[in-house]
Design a protein around this ligand. Structure first.
Ligand SMILES: Cc1cc2nc3c(=O)[nH]c(=O)nc-3n(C[C@H](O)[C@H](O)[C@H](O)COP(=O)(O)OP(=O)(O)OC[C@H]3O[C@@H](n4cnc5c(N)ncnc54)[C@H](O)[C@@H]3O)c2cc1C
Length: 176
């Protein structure tokens, strides 16, 4: 044990005896700045602060701004796609309809999870985008998403609530 740690250990032991509690090695290590190099100590302090004060989990990779894994990518992509469908025109022009169909075709070629992209391309052949209106596009996309969810064992979504989820907020007012 380093000399600073030893002194801290003695002081903490005495303090602990004074209030009748046991010496807590975990607490000691947590706040012992002298037990590790400065960089590691400041990192630990930040993690402790985030865990204790902000309630953050230290295994949350999105907080660390790491590259997206398949699930994170999927979650964020669906958010974008459903929001895009939610704001699609009620009465699209022929050009808008064609652009939207082309968007999904191109999207499926470049989606950066190759297994997902391949499956989505197959799904698009069976069920091409329905671009007649916002309602029809959103319902089509909801079914496409449910197809994926069913295949990977995730719960399906009630498509009658898709505009509440992605445009208007829940009817109970919880998003207001
Ligand atoms: C095009 C595409 C293809 C994919 N293919 C695969 C694959 O082959 N294998 C794989 O493992 N993963 C795949 N994924 C990822 C997968 O769909 C999920 O995104 C991932 O598993 C994370 O799931 P999640 O629990 O965060 O919820 P997600 O399924 O990502 O859903 C996000 C949110 O959307 C809402 N939601 C759920 N279902 C619907 C719906 N039907 N309509 C409207 N809103 C809905 C819910 O509020 C939910 O919380 C794919 C993703 C995309 C975008």
């Amino acid at each position: 044990m380093c000399i600073n740690c030893y002194i801290i250990h003695i002081v903490e032991t005495m303090a602990a005896r004074g209030n009748g509690s046991m010496y807590d090695t975990e607490t000691h290590n947590k706040y012992c700045r002298a037990c590790m190099d400065f960089k590691s100590w400041t990192k630990q302090q930040r993690t402790n602060f985030e865990k204790e004060t902000l309630g953050k989990r230290d295994d949350n990779s999105s907080e660390k701004q790491c590259p997206l894994n398949r699930d994170e990518l999927g979650n964020k992509t669906w958010g974008f796609l459903h929001t895009m469908a939610a704001y699609y025109p009620d009465k699209p022009t022929p050009e808008e309809r064609s652009d939207m169909s082309n968007f999904f075709r191109t999207f499926s070629k470049f989606y950066p999870c190759s297994e997902c992209a391949k499956d989505f391309q197959e799904q698009l052949k069976i069920s091409p985008p329905i671009t007649d209106s916002q309602q029809m596009l959103s319902q089509w996309l909801c079914r496409m998403h449910n197809n994926v969810s069913r295949r990977i064992g995730k719960p399906e979504f009630d498509c009658s609530r898709v505009n509440e989820r992605w445009r208007d907020g829940w009817l109970d007012g919880s998003c207001d």
